[in-house]
Ligand binder design. Structure first.
Ligand code: SAM
Length: 286
């Protein structure tokens, strides 16, 4: 098991921003693809506590069967708890359709799984930017072999801003954070691609014969709301810590920035936007 673990509370906190940001056209594409198949077998990689399935279940047709994969058994347990109920609400005749698999995604072998359980759609949310180029290459190759469609969403693309009041340090901190994002996350050999992951994946899927569509999905946290304050606190905190780690000589300046930005956030003077790139890739008919 690699060491990168995520907190269930953090994943739940970001759920609302994630769901509001997602581009619906890509859902329609995935849904249409599934209607052309005999079944809807969907694999969710790095599923966490089920955010992606929570979002997609109401969008997709009644015959959905999900396999959620993650190395964190606790998150998968939380996911199962919420999703069985959700699927019964939206598709009461669906029967049992949520399975989970605890495994390290470095050992992912979609072609083997496909032999026992034919896969129609491979999906992941907020995962790709953690991956190295070699892991993405492996994923693309496996999806090509099984000729599944792919929906990879909420991939951080490096564009975030604190809106309402400009601050001269924001750009330095943004760049430091984006560099920090490329530290290895244990998903594949070597550096994570961070903000470049989505663009790299697009090129690789195209080269492997997929028709690729992209959309931006932006977290839009409006100034003043309690939700913006809660999620914004975590974001600014993370950006501050990453910047101090990357540029330790500027720690004092960054500490002052942190206090200034938190005060502006808490007094409703600033909002936050965080950019993501979503990808839908479909194998071209051979
Ligand atoms: C940012 S979270 C996203 C979770 C979920 N997809 C969501 O949108 O809320 C990344 C997820 O990938 C999982 N993960 C990271 N590296 C992994 C690995 N090597 N093997 C399996 N799961 C991994 C983490 O446990 C975590 O649940």
């Amino acid at each position: 098991m690699s060491e990168l673990l995520f907190d269930s509370e953090w994943l739940t906190l970001r759920r609302r921003a994630d769901h509001q940001a997602r581009d619906t056209l890509l859902n329609e594409e995935a849904n249409y693809w599934l209607t052309t198949r005999q079944r809807s077998h969907i694999v969710d990689l790095g599923a966490g506590n089920g955010n992606n399935a929570h979002y997609l279940i109401p969008w997709l047709g009644p015959q959905q069967h999900w396999r959620l994969i993650d190395h964190d058994a606790g998150l998968l347990k939380d996911a199962r708890r919420g999703l069985e109920e959700l699927i019964q609400t939206h598709h009461p005749d669906a029967g049992h359709c949520i399975d989970t698999g605890e495994m390290d995604l470095n050992a992912l072998d979609l072609p083997s799984l496909h032999q026992q359980w034919p896969i129609d759609l491979v999906t992941a949310s907020a995962l790709l930017d953690l991956a190295s180029e070699s892991w993405i290459e492996g994923l693309v190759g496996q999806c090509q072999r099984i000729q599944a469609a792919v929906l990879l969403v909420l991939n951080v693309n490096g564009h975030w801003s604190i809106t309402g009041i400009k601050d001269p340090l924001d750009e330095t901190i943004r760049q430091a954070f984006n560099t920090h994002q490329t530290k290895s996350k244990g998903l594949g050999q070597g550096a994570a691609l961070g903000p470049m992951a989505a663009f790299n994946a697009v090129d690789q899927f195209k080269a492997a014969g997929f028709e690729v569509q992209t959309r931006t999905s932006v977290w839009q946290l409006l100034a003043g709301s309690a939700y913006t304050k809660a999620l914004g606190f975590q974001l600014i905190n993370g950006w501050h810590q990453a910047a101090c780690e990357m540029l330790p000589d500027q720690t004092h300046e960054f500490d002052v920035w942190f206090v200034r930005r938190q005060t502006q956030l808490n007094t409703g003077q600033v909002g936050i936007e965080v950019g993501h790139t979503d990808i839908y890739a479909e194998p071209l008919a051979s």
